[in-house]
Design a binder for this molecule. Structure first.
Ligand code: NAG
Ligand code: NAG
Ligand code: NAG
Ligand code: NAG
Ligand code: NAG
Ligand code: NAG
Ligand code: NAG
Ligand code: NAG
Ligand code: NAG
Length: 798
């Protein structure tokens, strides 16, 4: 009967840090737990499907194709047909390398089912933590992992949660037989073995040994002892036989007495064919008697005891009255009974028939953990007996291999011992510990040593070793290997400096991080590999040191190239200005490792042109877009009344800092050149140049001549003289003189004047008015300053 028991706690786990190949997944499980899960039943599948989260690539489990057979890798047992849980159409071995198995956890279809996959695919590891102890189930059963528990599958003969109970058989109470039992697991329990022996003269019926079976039954019926049977004896002729049968008719210890009728005397005849059992017991065989007529008293003929001798002296005849017989035994035998017998007058011998019994030695017992094989020549542990000794497996004999019972009743040699075979002394692995239990002595047969490792180390190799019967240990010496962490790499733009205490990237390794110049470390400065095989903290990064954000100067542009990030170490910004502006300061700046920019912030300054001067007698009206006489400034030129502009009417300051056009000038308007009149003189004053605007010319005539016409001529803004130049005429025509003097400059024709003396007279009267005369002489006095560009306008343009 197999007992299933739930004790303790079985747990599972999975890798949530990453996806692994099947081999890596197994390594992960063996490092942190026990192994990849071994699915044992439907309940376990449901449990995993229920409590493990969905993962798109699913989970590896502990089944793998080995030598063409799907195998549970933990136990190396082949997957049985009943245990299979493949999804429909699986395993399909599509790429003929699908040698590993995944489980669909929480898949829409076929959840909890298996699928064959190539082993190098990356999936999560689904692990379990064994509940079974190193020496489980009292070492009387097989430990079977179950969900959150384990069960002991007890070997036959044992039961109980930890197989601690042993099967009991009925207590044996044999009748008549001697019983010798060995109880390896308790009185009359499983594997108790009882040997049966009968006393001398008795024969066993039934099995010689019984064993208590796992079924609580003995292997056979209890044997019985029955007395050895002798042939039946009959009464002699003319005589009687009287027998007593304590153990059955004509059986061992039956005694028969013969007697003869009156006048007859018994005479003995030795019978042949005594039963073997009696011969072995060395007993005197009773003789069958006959009754003969009484004659000279004779005693029965005596014979020597077995292993002995007879020395008779016959006084009156062989074995007749007076004969004396002395008995002696061979070496090693002692005489039991009368040493000598005499034939009496009644025809009987004195005393009893003696026997020669082998001299007994003390009963020997097997050494502890050993056995005894005795051959008894003349009786149990008596003279001639030889006992050979041997030891159980794993034990060696110390002392003689055999002993013999001598004639003096002592054994040759000394009692031997069985000593456990020793194995070499084991020591704990480096960084580990040793826990040995010694069954038969320090590091001897049966000693078991369990190995364990310090925190941060995992055992590679056997968890325990046992000292075998050959004096060697099972397996090889295990080692403690530091728990491995994933290999770390330097951050981008950074460096890694690791110190490895117990091996590359293993428990105790510390890695310090640093960054290249211009980069700052974000995150931990150092990480350590813990006993769990994980690193403390997260992976740090090197980030470029940032500079303040730059902006384009006014009227300018910025063109930045960012090597490691916006306005960070390595960024370069080039500056440029709009047309008409020139850059003052650094043309480009660079973000340095200290987070500052090289150079200074540049400005865009407007390009200047030379200041323009207002032309003489003229005006300039300027508008300044970006500054006085700078790029974009425009100046328009004009001249005062009587002047004309020579050159560009307007000029503009260009991006090259030069003005368009030429410098303008205001030139006075010219009137026709005047000549002195015949018989007269001319005197001119030239304000702006010979015979130009505002030049005044005064005419005078020589004595005896009168001026006919205007005395003073003025050069007007129109480029014409105010009057016609006068002529000097002989005095005598004062009236004409007057007419000429006042009508010069009018449209009147001299001819017309001559035609009508009355009209001229009227004209002369009107023109004699002084006010009118003044008006004629100063024709420009009414005109204001012709300024298009007033001062106010000028200001507005600034
Ligand atoms: C799985 O293992 C991790 C780390 O050893 C632990 O924190 C977590 O509680 C475990 N999960 C379960 C369900 O045992
Ligand atoms: C597995 O879990 C999913 C969702 O939790 C459920 O729909 C499905 O029935 C489960 N399958 C099994 C075999 O337990
Ligand atoms: C019980 O005895 C049988 C037969 O001698 C043996 O094979 C078996 O190993 C024994 N069982 C135990 C647990 O000692
Ligand atoms: C028998 O006994 C006689 C008298 O005691 C002795 O002399 C003789 O030697 C013995 N014979 C043997 C064979 O022992
Ligand atoms: C019982 O058997 C054992 C082993 O066979 C033996 O050593 C011991 O002497 C025996 N005991 C008896 C009383 O016969
Ligand atoms: C005991 O010794 C004899 C003779 O050497 C041998 O034949 C027999 O097999 C041995 N018995 C055992 C149980 O060893
Ligand atoms: C050694 O093993 C035994 C049995 O497993 C256990 O009881 C004991 O505590 C262990 N000793 C040490 C020091 O681990
Ligand atoms: C690595 O770290 C150790 C200890 O801090 C130091 O002595 C060594 O110079 C470092 N090596 C480098 C290459 O930085
Ligand atoms: C910025 O500078 C780069 C490199 O000097 C040049 O290729 C690019 O055309 C410039 N971009 C502008 C908008 O000027």
């Amino acid at each position: 009967a197999v007992t299933w028991v739930e004790v303790g706690a079985w747990t599972y786990n999975y890798s949530d840090q990453g996806d692994y190949t099947w081999e890596q997944a197994r390594n992960y499980c063996q490092t942190f737990f026990t192994d990849l899960v071994a699915i044992q039943n439907k309940r376990e599948i449901e449990h995993l499907n229920e409590s493990v989260p969905f993962h798109g690539r699913y989970y590896w489990i502990g089944i793998r194709k080995l030598g063409g057979t799907w195998t549970w890798v933990g136990t190396r047992k082949a997957l049985t047909k009943e245990a299979e849980n493949w999804a429909a159409g699986e395993p399909n071995n599509r790429r003929s390398n699908q040698d590993c198995v995944e489980i669909y956890i929480k898949r829409q279809r076929e959840s909890g089912k298996w699928n064959d996959e190539p082993c190098n695919r990356r999936k999560r590891a689904l692990c379990y933590q064994a509940s079974c102890q190193p020496f489980p189930c009292s070492q009387r059963g097989e430990c079977v992992e179950t969900i959150k528990s384990y069960r002991c599958k007890c070997y036959p003969g044992f039961h109980g949660p930890e197989c601690e109970d042993v099967v009991q058989c009925a207590k044996l109470e044999p009748k008549g037989a001697r019983m010798n039992c060995s109880h390896p697991f308790g009185d009359f329990s499983y594997n108790s073995t009882c040997a049966f022996e009968c006393q001398e003269g008795f024969e066993r019926r039934g099995a010689s040994t019984l064993r208590c079976l796992p079924s609580q039954q003995w292997s056979a019926e209890t044997p019985t002892c029955t007395a050895v049977a002798c042939p039946q004896l009959a009464a002699p002729e003319r005589g009687r036989v009287d027998c007593s049968h304590p153990h059955g008719t004509f059986a061992f210890n039956s005694t028969c007495a013969f007697s003869c009728q009156e006048g007859f005397e018994p005479t003995g005849v030795r019978r042949s064919g005594a039963p073997a059992a009696l011969r072995r017991l060395n007993l005197i065989y009773p003789v069958s008697e006959t009754c003969s007529p009484t004659a000279a008293i004779a005693c029965p003929v005596l014979s020597a005891p077995d292993r002995g001798e007879l020395n008779c002296s016959h006084l009156h005849g062989d074995f007749a009255f007076g004969s004396t017989c002395a008995f002696s035994c061979q070496t090693g035998f002692a005489l039991m009974g009368s040493e000598s017998r005499e034939c009496t007058a009644t025809g009987t011998w004195t005393g009893d028939a003696p026997r020669c019994e082998a001299i007994a030695c003390p009963v020997l017992s097997a050494p502890a953990r050993g056995e005894l094989n005795c051959s008894h020549l003349h009786g149990d542990f008596a003279f001639g007996a030889t006992c050979a000794f041997s030891c159980q497996t794993g034990f060696a004999l110390r002392g003689p291999e055999s002993r013999e019972c001598t004639a003096t009743g002592t054994w040759t040699g000394d009692a031997p011992r069985c000593e456990a075979i020793t194995c070499p002394v084991l020591s704990a692995p480096d960084r580990g510990e040793l826990n040995c239990s010694h069954l038969h002595g320090d590091f001897a047969f049966g000693s078991t040593c369990a190995f364990s490792c310090q925190t941060g180390f995992v055992l590679t190799g056997l968890e325990s070793r046992e000292c075998t019967a050959t004096g060697t240990w099972t397996g090889d010496a295990p080692r403690c290997k530091a728990v491995a962490c994933p290999v770390l790499s330097a951050p981008d733009r950074g460096e890694l400096n690791c110190s490895h205490l117990h091996g590359d990237f293993t428990f105790g390794s510390t890695c310090a991080f640093s960054c290249q110049m211009g980069f700052a470390l974000m995150g931990l400065e150092s990480r350590e590999c813990t006993a769990m095989g994980t690193w403390t903290g997260g992976a740090p990064q090197c980030e470029a040191i940032t500079c303040p954000v730059l902006s384009a100067p006014d009227r300018g542009e910025l063109n930045c190239s960012h090597l490691h990030g916006d306005f960070a170490f390595g960024s370069k910004c080039a500056f440029s200005c709009q047309t008409g502006f020139a850059l003052r300061g650094s043309e480009s700046r660079e973000c340095t490792a200290t987070g500052t920019w090289t150079g200074d912030a540049p400005r865009c300054e407007v390009i200047k042109c030379s200041a323009l001067v207002t032309p003489k007698m003229g005006e300039a009206a300027c508008s300044h877009l970006h500054g006085d006489f700078a790029f974009g400034s425009t100046c328009a030129f004009s001249c005062q009344m009587g002047f004309v502009l020579m050159g560009s009417e307007s000029r503009e300051c260009t991006a090259t800092g030069t003005w368009t056009g030429d410098t303008p000038q205001c030139k006075a308007i010219s009137c026709p050149v005047l000549d002195s009149p015949s018989r007269g003189q001319l005197s001119c004053s030239h304000v702006h140049g010979n015979f130009t605007y505002n030049s005044t010319c005064t005419f005078s005539c020589e004595e005896g001549f009168v001026r006919m016409g205007a005395e003073v001529l003025l050069c007007a803004a129109t480029g014409n003289w105010t009057r016609h130049p006068p002529v000097c005429a002989e005095d005598g025509a004062p009236f004409l003189k007057q007419v000429l003097a006042y009508s010069s400059g009018t449209a009147l024709a001299v001819a017309g004047v001559v035609l009508s003396g009355i009209l001229i007279a009227l004209l002369a009267k009107r023109l004699s008015d002084r006010e009118e005369k003044k008006k004629l002489l100063n024709p420009t006095s009414d005109l204001g300053s012709p300024g298009i560009f007033t001062n106010a306008a000028y200001d507005a343009n600034l």
